[in-house]
Design a protein around this ligand. Structure first.
Ligand code: FE2
Length: 614
């Protein structure tokens, strides 16, 4: 491809029709916009064509679809259809019912992606396809700070591949090894997620959060009966125990028999056995990750690692890779799930197909802090506030930081809406709910009164990068909240004999550190390091909180309630603020006090009921 002087090249990447649809736009290879469709449609994990995400990307660049040079799709639909067909043939007639359910959909939408894409976009130019794991690998390597790196991808399944090891160098990457369907670490973890009564594709985080309450007493059973794990990290799963190949559930009756009962009912109580199961599958997953990483190190001979695919969101496993794995540095794509594959395919087109050179960014990466979504000017925010008659005050940036920091120190919970929305599942200080981590009441308040979710789940800390080692046993950047590390012993508290003897959920009662709201029961924390280069406003707020309190850490949880996508617009944020017990809301340069809002501001407790089964 030759580049016309003066006219920028635009490439649109799309991920759709499976889960978490997304769009990403490159201008001359630079990632300028990316967003998940769920944020616009307000349907969590929305898998439809990402119409509004595409529209946002094109509007951001001020172009129409006719200005696109290429459109890329994140997997090869025919290969995927072949896998479905072969799987159903292999297990026929057992999977016939689910085949009958899936086939018409596939024939209608998925096999004819080319036609659908062109129709949706009103676009007649070239459409290119990458393999699913190639898109994941590209999303991990191309934006990374490394000139060359080993790349590890792990997820449920793409076309046939469930995990891959590649070598990335310069402007290309080469897949060296693959693991194929139906042997999948992502599906194994999802099977336990299902068995533990959580939603597949979103409840995996809950399993990881539950694991520290348990003991890995089922790990031996898993190694003996479920997974035949080899030294190099490859494995075979005992398919007799699963039903995902042809059935409508993840696990089979034989699985129930092996683990002593049917799957936990979603609304049922959490028992010690559930926690032990969670810990056991987490331990097995970490072992698979470690072995795969060692193999990636051996076959590439490189010291840096990039990761993507849904399993790379297992930040407890990532923390272990950092501490115990063979790599010197690890960089993980923040949108590690399928949304990020939209970015991967676009970059693959730019670097491989268009043969454009790539220069690694050195210290930083090419993700712009993952702040790639829509933003709203103060003018637009004020117009909105006036349209709904919401009382507010306008403050200068410094005055806002001073006020918000003191409100936080008084144990208020703040909705923090600022700048461009994050791309990927984590809130990173653009669409966040903030609290004081020193408060012994904060975890419960935020879980039950704001997020309306299970009390066992810990909150994550945002920490000033320059204060990281004062609080945690880690000294690498973690801007995307993808590494878990231990609280530094200086901040831990000695437990009484009585507290030591607590088990299960009761462990929550013991204050384990002087930052109890972000300390999990095993003293771990899922860390976001905050950097002035990528989010100076959030950094300055943390600095001001530190100045007032001496504490360089805040609780940062995503701005949403259970079951809802993270808020996107000022209207979403205001609605969430009004329907929960968030005390104050910051929208750009404006501060809203819940106590001054119209009477209709009473929290809508029906949300609690609505999402109780999530
Ligand atoms: Fe994937």
């Amino acid at each position: 491809m030759t580049q016309t002087r003066g006219k920028p090249q635009y490439i649109l990447g799309i991920s759709a029709y499976y889960h978490d649809s997304a769009a990403c736009l490159l201008r001359d290879g630079a990632i300028i916009a990316a967003a998940q469709e769920e944020r616009f449609s307000r349907k969590k994990g929305d898998s439809d064509f990402p119409r509004q995400a595409v529209e946002y990307c094109l509007n951001f660049a001020g172009i129409g679809s006719n200005s696109l040079d290429f459109v890329g799709f994140y997997d090869k639909p025919l290969l995927k259809f072949e896998r479905l067909l072969e799987t159903y043939m292999a297990i026929a007639p057992r999977g016939f019912r689910s085949f009958l359910m899936a086939a018409p959909l596939w024939m209608k939408d998925k096999v004819h992606i080319d036609r659908s894409l062109r129709k949706e976009l009103g676009y007649a130019g070239p459409v290119l396809y990458s393999e699913h794991h190639e898109a994941h690998a590209a999303s991990a390597f191309f934006p990374s700070p490394f000139d060359q790196a080993a790349i590890l991808t792990m997820d449920g399944v793409g076309e046939w591949t469930t995990a891959s090891i590649s070598r990335g160098e310069g402007n290309d990457l080469e897949i060296l090894e693959e693991l194929h369907w139906p042997d999948s670490i992502g599906l194994l973890y999802s099977a336990f997620t299902y068995y533990l009564g959580f939603k597949v594709n979103s409840g995996e985080y809950k399993v990881m959060g539950l694991a520290p309450y348990g003991e890995p007493r089922f790990a031996d059973t898993i190694y003996r009966e479920v997974i035949d794990l080899r030294e190099d990290g490859s494995f075979r799963l005992n398919q007799r125990l699963f039903d995902y190949m042809g059935g409508l559930t993840m696990t089979s009756a034989a699985f129930d028999q092996l683990f002593g009962g049917p799957p936990r009912k979603p609304e049922g109580p959490l028992t010690q056995r559930d926690m032990d199961l969670a810990r056991s599958i987490q331990v097995v997953c970490e072992e698979v990750m470690l072995r795969m990483a060692r193999t990636a190190h051996r076959v590439t001979g490189l010291d840096d690692l990039c990761m993507a695919g849904g399993v790379a969101l297992n930040c407890v496993g990532n923390g272990r890779l950092l501490r115990e794995g063979p790599f010197k540095r690890i960089w993980i794509q923040p949108a590690a799930g399928d949304a990020g594959a939209a970015l991967g395919v676009a970059q693959l087109i730019w670097h491989r197909h268009a043969a454009q050179p790539r220069s690694a960014c050195g210290a930083g990466d090419a993700m712009n802090g993952s702040y790639l979504g829509p933003e709203f000017s103060d003018l637009a925010i004020e117009e909105f506030l006036q349209s709904v008659g919401a009382p507010y005050i306008a403050l200068s940036r410094d005055a806002l930081h001073t006020r918000v920091a003191s409100l936080l120190a008084e144990e208020n919970v703040i909705g923090w809406f600022d700048g461009r929305m994050e791309f990927g599942p984590r809130a990173l200080g653009a669409r966040s709910i903030l609290g004081d981590p020193r408060s012994p009441r904060m975890q419960q308040k935020m879980n039950l009164k704001i997020k309306f979710r299970e009390g066992f789940r810990p909150f994550a800390p945002s920490v000033l990068r320059d204060r990281l080692t004062d609080y945690f046993e880690m000294d690498v950047d973690s801007p995307y909240m993808l590494f878990v590390a231990q609280i530094d012993p200086r901040h831990r508290r000695v437990l009484t004999a009585e507290q030591e003897s607590l088990s299960g959920i009761d462990k929550l009662q013991a204050l384990r550190s002087d930052l109890p709201a972000i300390t999990h029961v095993d003293y771990s924390a899922r860390i976001q390091t905050v950097h002035p280069e990528t989010n100076s406003n959030y950094y300055d707020l943390l600095k001001e909180f530190e100045r007032q309190t001496g504490c360089g850490v805040l609780v940062n949880t995503s701005f949403n309630v259970r079951g809802e996508p993270i808020v996107c617009t000022p209207a979403d944020a205001y609605r969430c603020f009004m329907a929960t017990n968030i005390d104050f809301l910051v929208l750009g340069g404006f501060l809203l006090d819940k106590a001054s809002q119209p009477v209709t501001a009473a929290p809508d407790q029906s949300w609690q009921h609505e999402y109780a089964l999530d």
